[in-house]
Design a protein around this ligand. Sequence first.
Ligand code: PMV
Length: 361
Amino acid sequence: MNSTFEFFNKLKNQQIELKDCKLQWQSPSNIALVKYWGKKEIQIPENLSISMGLKNCFTQTQMVAKCHQQNKMALEYFFSNERHLLFETKVMTFLNHHVLPLMPFLSKLSLTFNSSNSFPHSAGIASSASSMSALALCLMDLATKLFNLNLPTAEFFQHASYLARLGSGSACRSIYGGFSRWGELNENDGSNEYALKIEKIHPLFMGLKDTIVIVDSGPKEVSSSNGHKLMATHDYADQRYQRADKNAHFLIEVLEKGDMENFGRIIESEAFDLHGLMMSSSTPFILLRPKTLEVIELVKQYRNENKTPIYFTLDAGPNVHLLYPPQFHSQISQELFSKIKSLDCPLIFDEIGNGPVKIDG
Ligand code: PMV
């Protein structure tokens, strides 16, 4: 398979047939099980990370590309049919800095994006992974159309994952359904530049549910970008990167073997590591809220009393992701979610997804 660098280099020397195109992709959000926290230039992760792609929380993005005579890419970005200048600036920066050098033909086009999320903006769910992966898939699709390429599926997704990573690190893992990994497992396996699907998954993990407890839907006090920056001078950085790599190797084994108990142990300790790192950085910050801890306590108590395999993990925010096999859903809903709801926390019901889909028409 071509490396992404070789692929785009080859494209530059090929004949292009410019034409107007309309494309649409839907791409999901993902929840990190082993967290990416700390990076080098340009979006190169300091450690391995693993995530589960979701089904119901996704971004749908339509891209209309029209040829024009100027030699400068034009861009308009709409979110839910309304022009969104903040997203437009972000996407423009991403395209100018990272994508135009790989796809210089974009300068001959005028691009209009219209995207929408399946989840409410105020749900406190990070949308950068789903939106950047949807955008990257549209761009790859555009390249294959304009150059009349017929790429093998794995190669198409690998290059899309590479582009998505340049937009937002965790977005590179949203390119695949099921479980994905990002980073170099060893010299010959995996890459820091794109994610790969984890193929060997025990049936116990098929259909895994992820119910998200929305503890707080407000904007985050510290962005992920600033969190990553703080890792550059963090006293525990080296230990963290080693621990994350160890957890990732172990999780890959656990996913293959169907070891639910160790799955739970890893994802919960990863959640605490992430938030512990925030609290112990040179500019400490806390994204957890009192209700985050209340939910965690309820989950632990319920698990111990009922011997039910339900485990929590956290993203860079106060909301709690609850992962469990689907056969326990009705029992957990009746016995645990009723208690959680009394804390006045809305729930979003999601589960493991099959990855992005191209929308025709
Ligand atoms: O992709 P970013 O730069 O938004 O960073 C994501 C960081 C976490 O969501 C906390 C962890 C992860 O691996 O997704």
